[in-house]
Design a protein around this ligand. Structure first.
Ligand code: CDP
Length: 570
């Protein structure tokens, strides 16, 4: 196992078991053994003791070889008393005081265990509406979001990691304008990502420069109209100046809902990649594409190896559903009724670097479709195999799979997560993002700083005989190798970083992966500090046209504090 010093630091801080005095009770190997044993345990009633042991070894090797990693809560909690293994939850918020505060309590329990929560605030009556029981007036969704935020802040001290939330408001809610601007000064709602829930009707009205109806969720009646382009422009303006709100295409999410009889998607998890029904949870895991290479002399993608890892990973994630200890009975019941899992990838940019394919090229888009198409197909095949052995998901009869005659064990199998921590553990580029820089500093977890350099670039530089410490320092400061005369042009094309890549290519890559992903794709469309509001509007429109389920942008330097920084060295 070749874990970097950074990876070990992260693991020791939050992932490895400790006693009351903070002394470590296991090492990294111990962690992978603990997780493998707990997760293989779900097969106890299907397998002999020898088969169970073989499965445990298989899971252990897949993780310790860094071919696949499950989401953080599984690494932290499997085989330990807390036992909560999912990263993603969506909780409903009904329009009553009791329900709102019940949900705050439930969210706190989820945060304590390392999970993230998404909420739609769309069912809450608008600010100023009548409250029958008291004769007073409602304070509206945004004021309640602040209460959720404060609760998250308080829990953060005692939990496994800082709680993350997604807040969604439908674009036709009466308080939508306040929502769009609610993070303007960024002081109040720091523990939330926010996204506007966009409808098809709204997008059509933007296109035709028309008004659209605003609906009071309490009375379910139209209470006014807004000009769609004016609202769109404010969303663009806020995203341009602050990176938020993002947008999600609600109707599109619901078109991909395979169990509409169980409910409607109103929200996603905090980073946007997992739409869920109220009370559903999902556990994610990611294949490390950086390793899926054969023929080092003339490198090519090792599809056979990907296929093998997909099979094991789907088995692993399906088992996680059964050994998971859910924070609420409703979540237990709902999650087991659809058995959703989210297998995705990390190290995509690293794979492209090894193949010498520029991220911003047609060839990269084609390979993205080929790789993710293969993963989706193999994942579904494994889910069918598992269904033959262990049965279909309980709500199968109420699903679109039943109509298609495809007997699967999992209502969804693929999701592309950000892999914020997993990619640090595996030492690879995160999710499907391009390299952020060729050498840079990450601010992670309670302001710790980690320095990272891209190993493939270093390799190419040594091979090309232009490696010097001095040049690497210049590159770290500059954030790109564009126009550095020492570096051959074809390598300048291959080792592109997020800001060398135009926003269109970011969106096209997201769309290429989305085409073969059951759930959604986590991606940040990075823009340079000089990008205009029109550039942001173009990104939103292109994401809509290319079939993305939502989009998040970030313009460099638009916030004082950002997770990743170019040109900063210790
Ligand atoms: O790499 P890791 O498994 O830690 O997580 P990720 O792929 O960066 O994020 C996946 C999901 O985990 C997010 O969309 C959230 O639902 C959840 N998460 C969270 O709740 N709190 C965090 N600090 C990070 C992630």
């Amino acid at each position: 196992m070749s874990l970097s010093a950074n990876a070990i630091k992260v693991l020791e801080k939050r992932y490895l078991s400790k006693n009351e005095n903070g002394q470590l009770l296991e090492d990294v190997n111990g962690m992978f053994h603990r997780v493998a044993k707990a997760v293989a345990g779900a097969d106890a009633s299907y397998a002999s003791a020898a088969e169970l042991q073989a499965l445990e070894t298989e899971f252990y090797e897949m993780m310790s070889g860094l071919e696949f990693l499950p989401n953080s809560p599984t690494l932290m909690n499997a085989g330990r008393p807390l036992g909560q293994l999912s990263a993603c939850f969506v909780l409903p918020i009904e329009d009553t005081m009791e329900d709102i505060f019940e949900t705050i309590k439930n969210a706190a329990m989820i945060h304590k265990s390392g999970g993230g929560t998404g909420f739609s605030f769309s069912r809450l009556r608008p600010k100023g509406a009548a409250v029958n029981s008291t004769g007073g007036v409602a304070s509206g969704p945004i004021s309640f979001m602040k209460v959720f935020n404060a609760a998250t802040e308080a829990v953060k001290q005692g939990g496994t990691r800082r709680g993350a939330n997604m807040g969604i408001l439908r674009v036709d809610h009466p308080d939508i304008m306040d929502f769009i601007t609610c993070k303007k000064d960024n002081a109040d709602i720091t523990n939330f990502n926010i996204s506007v829930g966009i409808t098809e009707e709204f997008m059509k009205a933007v296109e035709e420069n028309k008004e659209y109806e605003i609906i009071d969720p309490h009375y379910k009646t139209a209470v006014g109209k807004l000009n769609a382009r004016e609202v769109f422009d404010v969303i663009v303006d806020m995203a341009w100046s602050n990176g938020e709100p993002g947008i999600i295409f609600l109707d599109r999410l619901n078109q991909a809902n395979v169990t509409p009889a169980l409910g409607e998607f109103e929200s996603t998890n905090p980073c946007g990649e997992q739409p869920l029904l109220p009370y559903e949870a999902c556990n994610l895991g990611s294949i490390n594409l950086s390793l899926m290479i054969k023929n080092t002399n003339q490198p090519e993608v090792d599809f056979e190896r990907i296929g093998t890892v997909v099979k094991k990973a789907v088995h692993f994630l399906d088992n996680v559903i059964d050994v998971n200890k859910y924070p609420l009975p409703e979540i237990d019941q709902m999650t087991k009724s659809t058995r959703k899992i989210g297998l995705g990838v990390m190290g995509w940019a690293d794979l492209l670097c090894q193949l010498h394919i520029p991220y911003n090229s047609q060839q990269a888009l084609e390979l993205a479709e080929q790789v993710m198409g293969f993963i989706q197909e193999q994942a579904r095949k494994m889910s069918i195999e598992l269904a033959e052995r262990k049965g279909v998901f309980p709500q199968f009869e109420n699903s679109s799979y039943q109509q298609q005659g495809i007997r699967v064990r999992n209502a969804t199998t693929t999701t592309i997560a950000p892999t914020g921590t997993l990619s640090i553990l595996a030492g690879v580029s995160s999710g499907i993002e391009p390299l952020f820089a060729l050498s840079y500093i990450r601010n992670v977890m309670d302001n710790d700083e980690l320095i990272e350099t891209n190993p493939f670039f270093k390799q190419a530089a040594i091979k090309g005989q232009f490696y010097t410490d001095e040049l690497m320092r210049i590159i770290a400061k500059k954030g790109t190798i564009k126009e550095l005369a020492e570096i051959p042009e074809y390598l300048q094309a291959v080792f592109v970083t997020a800001h060398d890549i135009s926003p269109e290519w970011h969106v096209k890559m997201q769309a290429a992966f989305q085409k073969y992903t059951d759930n959604a794709v986590s991606k940040t469309v990075n823009l340079s500090s000089k990008a205009t509001r029109e550039d942001v509007a173009d990104v939103f429109n292109l994401a809509y046209q290319t079939g993305c389920k939502g989009v998040t942008i970030y313009r460099d330097g638009s916030r004082d504090s950002q997770v990743l920084n170019i040109g900063k060295v210790n």
